[in-house]
Design a protein around this ligand. Sequence first.
Ligand SMILES: NC(=O)C1=CN([C@@H]2O[C@H](COP(=O)(O)OP(=O)(O)OC[C@H]3O[C@@H](n4cnc5c(N)ncnc54)[C@H](O)[C@@H]3O)[C@@H](O)[C@H]2O)C=CC1
Ligand SMILES: O=C(O)C(=O)COP(=O)(O)O
Length: 630
Amino acid sequence: MESKKHFVIDFDSTFTQVEALDVLCDIAYEGKENKDEIAQQIKSLTDQAMEGSLSFREALESRLALLKAGKGEIEKLIQALKGKVSDSVKRNRHFFENYADDVLIISSGFKDFIEPIVVEYGIKPENVYANTFTYDASGNITGFDRSNPLSEHEGKVKLMKQLQLNGEVIVIGDGYTDYEIRKAGLADKFYAFTENVEREIVVANADQVAQNFDEILFTHNLPTATSYPKSMIKILLLENVHESAKLKLESEGYSVELMKGALDEDELAEKIKGVHVLGIRSKTIVTRKVLENANRLMLVGAFCIGTNQIDLEACQEKGIAVFNAPFSNTRSVVELAIGEIIMLMRGIPKRMRQMDKKEWKKSANNSSEIRGKKLGIIGYGNIGAQLSVLAEAMGMNVFYYDIVEKLALGNATKVSSLDELLATADIISLHVDGRESNKSFFGAAEFAKMKDGAIFVNLARGPVVDIKALNDALESGKIRGAGVDVFPVEPKNNNEPFESPLALHENIILTPHIGGSTEEAQVNIADFVPSKIVEYINSGSTYNSVNFPNLQLPKLDDAHRLLHIHRNVSGILAKINTIFAKHNINVEGQYLKTNEKIGYVITDIDKEYGPELITELKNIDDTIKVRVLY
Ligand SMILES: NC(=O)C1=CN([C@@H]2O[C@H](COP(=O)(O)OP(=O)(O)OC[C@H]3O[C@@H](n4cnc5c(N)ncnc54)[C@H](O)[C@@H]3O)[C@@H](O)[C@H]2O)C=CC1
Ligand SMILES: O=C(O)C(=O)COP(=O)(O)O
C-alpha cells in the first residue's frame, strides 16, 4: 500500500502572492503620511525573518508593535487576500478540494485571516495551523497567543514535532522557516516555492525548486490543471538570439536559458539532455549524435533562414519538428548585397585600405556605377528575388538562374543555364541555400566562366564556394573584387580568431556572417520563431515547419487533444481509430497530414481518458511519438 502523503503548505507568499502583514499595514496606514516608512520597516522585518537572520518571535513582536490594526482592518485584509491567491493554487483548486485530508496549512501568520481564505479551496479548518491575535474590548489587536508554538523561534519545527505525522511529508514554502522543518528531519522533501518570491538561501537549501503547484503535483503524479506544467518546459537558446525571444517565451511560462555563443557537437550533446526546445542560429550544427542525446526534445527553432545546419532527416525520425524564420532577415541580406556591389564596383575597399595607411589616391580607375550593369543572381528564392527588384530599381539589368522554375519579377531575365549566366553578368551574387549537394557548387570551373574583371558576392553559405578557387580568381585578376560574408569554417563565437587567405586582397569585403544581423531582422526573428514554438506546444500546429507535414489547427475548447507522429506507412489512421472506438471515445475532430517520411494525426476527443489509451497509441507499430496536449 502506498504510504499517506502530507502536503505541508505555507500561506504567505506561497498559498497567496503576498505577505499578509504587509497588506495589513497598507490597510491600517491608508492615507497616513508615514505609511511608506512603516511599510518598509515591516517588509524588512518580514524578509529578515523569512531569510532566517532575525528570530521569528522578535520579528513578529516588532511588526505587531508597528501595526495598529483591529478587527475592522482584519476584515478588509481578508477581502484583499481573496484576490491575491497564487495563480497556480487557483488553477489547481480541484487538487485542494479532492485531497483535503492530505493538505495542511502551517503558517507563522494568523488564523484570523488565513482560515477564511483557505477553506474556500476545500482545505479543512482543523488542518490550518497558525497563530491567533489577541484583541481588547474594542477589537484592537493587542498581541498574540504566546502559548502557540508557531509564535516561537523555530515554531514550525516545534509544531511538526507535536503533530507527529505518519507517512511522507512534503513541505512547500518560500521561507527559511519552511526549510527548517526539513532540516530538523521532520519532512521527506522541501520544495522552495518561487512563484511569488525567490529567496536565495531558501532555494539553495531546497530539495527541489518549484515555480508553481503544477510542477509539484506533476512530480507526485497527481492530477494537474495542465497535461505538462509549462514551467517544466526547458528552452535552450544559443548564439545570442535576441533577448526579446527569451522574454516572449518566459511570458508564456516556459523556463528559458540564453547562451551567447554556439556549442560544438560534444558540448551540445551534453547540454541537450532534458531540453524540450532548442533555439539556434546558423552556427550550431544539430547532428544525429546530438539528437541521440536529446531525450526530451520536441522542437528545434532556427532563428534564421538556413536550416542546413540541422539534420532534418534525423529530426523527422525522432518526431522533432523544425521551424525557421523564412523571411525575417531577407531584406537585411539584400541591403548588404547592394551595398557591397556598389562598394566593390567603385573599388572602395582598396581606397579604404590606402586611407588607413595615410595614402591619398584620388582616381577613377576601376570605378564604375552599377546603373546599366548586368547583375547575375544565382538562386532566385526570397533573397534573390528581392535583390532582383531593388537592383532593377537602381537601374541594373537583372539576370537569374535557379534550379527550379521561378517567376521573373519586373524586367528580370531568366537564363536557362548557369554557364549562360556566368558568361553574361558583370556581377555574380550567390543566393542558393546550403543543402548538401551545393557543397563546393561554385569552384574553379565556374570562376573561369565568369567575365573577366567581374565582381563576385557570396552572402549565402560558406561551403558553397571553393575558397581556394575564389582566392586564385582574385589573385589572377580574373575577378575584380569579392564580397564574402560566409565561410566554410566560422568561429564559434566572438572570442575566437578568424583567419582566411582572402583577407590579403585589396578589393575584398569580408564580413563576419552578418547578412542577417540587423536590429530589425533580429527583433523580427525573435518574434516569429517563438510564435511558432508557442503554437506548436499549445495547439500542435505545424504551419511553416520545414520538416513536418504542415497543419494549421483550430484552438481547442473543452476537449482533449492527442498528437500522433508516425512513420508514413499505410493503415495507421485506422489503427488509431480502432483504439478510440475500443475505449468508447467520441472523436470531435481529426486532422491528418503526411509528407514523404512521416504522418501527423491530431485527434480531439471530448472525454477523460486513462493512461492505457496513451500506451496503446504508443504501441501502434511505426509510432514515433505521442503527445498529449490537454
Ligand atoms: N549571410 C547571411 O547572414 C544570410 C544568409 N542566408 C542564406 O541565404 C540562403 C537563401 O535564402 P532564401 O532566398 O531565403 O532561400 P530560398 O530557399 O527562398 O531560396 C534559395 C533558392 O536557391 C535555389 N537553389 C538552390 N540550389 C541551387 C543551385 N545549385 N543552383 C541554382 N539555384 C539553386 C532554390 O531553388 C531556391 O529558389 C539561405 O538558405 C541561407 O543559407 C540567409 C539569410 C542570412
Ligand atoms: O538566416 C540565415 O540563414 C543566416 O545565415 C543568418 O544566420 P545568423 O542568424 O546570423 O547566424
